[in-house]
Write a protein that binds this ligand. Structure first.
Ligand code: PMP
Length: 372
């Protein structure tokens, strides 16, 4: 059976170009970028070259970009370091964040930091209006993700960032699901802190980066050596970083260059509506990422449907990959106040530029067989 992969929001296949440069690096070079000798200098040059590529994608100077082990580390770094810095102030975090932000916020709250949460509006958006309802004079940081990883809903981060900038509040944006998929710069959305991850854009797992508008103002999270300009200790995962940059070079052509993913989503959703008139496309009335469709099939149990799809060779997900397996209904969909029959029957289909229309047609046939 040829399996169909529609879980690209969880992770994407490594690009062959990335695999090639990573392999070449590991086989022929191995230097530590912090070493003074020839081997180290070659490694340092490759590291800085990769930093330039990733930073350019964010429209940011390279000195503002710091490599990490992924967005989970980046989100922990920012929230914990900011909380520590502004100990007597408050953090304001959206209810719909990825667990690496949401659970970190809850951890901080349980440890005597002052954290408030922003509720989404009736459409599932985190807006300036929603922020105003819970904003306190002591709020020092607002954290709102760009694209929601479960629904694909695009938050108005530019307005939120501007709102923060006008008030001297720091703005953190988890841009994992937007990076390489939507065109934006860190400056354009007024981000003070921004996190990205390589494995969502056909790069390797275990590599990410943090953008810091003012690096001098944020304490490191990992202490030790002087790597990453003293901001993130630990020998850099150079093969991974090189692979990240390579994936990005390729992504620029594949992703925002072509309209393919948008067309895939439009095709799939229109057929879903034809075949399953009762289906609900979550967030349909607002701007969404072309990479994600969260679709509910009222009357179906989503966990059961996920298993049946898997048995038929189609990989999808329920909730986010980081919380699935728990069999608990999605926190994100619940916090959006969606009816129970939507929450319990919703499946996330997520596409990449490698997804083929034939795979979507096959998936639709399988869904028809399983549901009707
Ligand atoms: N934030 C969002 C929105 C995500 O989708 C993910 C990955 N599921 C993360 C953070 C965590 O990224 P990483 O896997 O690099 O730790």
């Amino acid at each position: 059976m040829k399996r169909i992969y529609l879980d690209n929001a969880a992770t994407t296949p490594l690009s062959p170009e990335s695999a090639r440069v990573m392999h070449e690096w590991e086989l022929n070079h191995f230097g530590n970028p912090s070493s003074a000798h020839h081997f180290g200098q070659i490694a340092r040059a490759r590291l800085e070259e990769a930093r330039d590529v990733v930073a350019e994608f964010l429209g940011a100077p390279s000195k503002n970009l710091f490599f990490t082990s992924g967005a989970t580390e980046g989100n922990n770094w920012i929230l914990k370091s900011v909380a520590h810095k502004f100990k007597n102030k408050r953090l304001l975090v959206s209810q719909l964040e990825h667990p690496s932000v949401f659970k970190t916020a809850n951890y901080l709250k349980a440890n005597d930091y002052q954290v408030d949460f922003i509720e989404p509006d009736e459409k599932g958006l985190i807006t300036v209006e929603q922020i105003k309802k819970v904003l306190q004079p002591e709020t020092a940081l607002i954290s709102v993700m760009y694209v929601n990883n479960e629904t694909g809903i695009i938050n108005p981060v530019k307005e939120i960032g501007r709102f923060c900038a006008e008030r001297g509040i720091k703005f953190h944006c988890d841009a994992v699901q937007a990076f390489g998929k939507l065109k934006f710069t860190a400056e354009e959305i007024y981000a003070d802190y921004l996190t990205i991850s390589a494995h969502k854009i056909h790069g390797p797992k275990g590599v990410g980066a943090v953008y810091l508008k003012e690096p001098a103002l944020l304490e490191p999270y990992l202490h030790g050596g002087e790597q990453e300009a003293g901001k993130r200790a630990g020998t850099e995962s150079l093969a991974g970083i090189i692979g990240f940059a390579e994936a990005l070079k390729h992504q620029s052509v594949q992703s925002f260059g072509s309209k393919k993913v948008k067309q895939l989503q439009a095709f799939f959703e229109s057929k879903i509506k034809d075949y399953f008139p009762q289906a609900v496309i979550v967030g349909e009335s607002v701007d969404r990422s072309p990479s994600i469709s969260q679709i509910a099939f009222p009357g179906q149990d989503n966990q059961r449907l996920l298993m049946l799809l898997d048995l038929n060779g189609v990989a999808v997900s329920v909730g986010s990959a980081c919380s699935s397996g728990s069999l608990k209904p999605s926190r994100v969909l619940q916090k959006m106040h969606l009816p129970e029959h939507v929450v319990n029957s919703a499946i996330r289909f997520s596409y990449s530029s490698l997804t083929e229309i034939l795979e979507l047609q096959k998936t639709l046939e399988i869904l028809k067989k399983l549901i009707n």
